[in-house]
Design a binder for this molecule. Sequence first.
Ligand code: SF4
Ligand code: SF4
Length: 184
Amino acid sequence: MSLALDPEAALASLRTLHEAIDREVDLLNEEHAERLRCGPGCSACCLDGLTVEAVEAERICRAHPDLLRDTEPHPIGACAFLDGEGSCRVYADRPSLCRSQGLPLRFLLEDEHDEVVERRDICPLNLEGGPPLEELVEEACWLLGPAELRLAAIADAFSTEGKRERVALRGLFERDRPSNRESR
Ligand code: SF4
Ligand code: SF4
């Protein structure tokens, strides 16, 4: 992992970003409570092979040294941080991308005519129990983009020489670090 010029400031900014995401997500969770099936034990969205910005990996490493040193990652096939009951073992420190899982999502992209078009999506488990996505007002959806831009700026501040690094969540477990794999 690269050394940051000011890792403490970057980590403080990351915590602020996570808190801001959580505040917005809490409001949307309340609004969509009837359709959301998310909760302990539901973990189909916790995929294996996720990578995160180095600054988000650092937050997890600092908060969970015992977990990473003394416990095993979840077996291959789901996120290494899931426990046997399908709950996240680093929930309070989970990466940004995990924090808005399950909500109606809205994103903007350019079509083949260079026109900006909107797309919407939601976890299939949360499709029923509320209005069709296309009938939701924009504010009722989580807009992909703004939080990612803020995270990118924080990740830039955390990196050295402009080289941002993505880190595999599974690789944070001591036994799965490349240096340790070679010696086993
Ligand atoms: S970090 Fe936690 S919430 Fe995110 S994918 Fe892994 S188990 Fe799921
Ligand atoms: S997003 Fe879907 S798979 Fe993930 S916790 Fe919510 S309902 Fe379950």
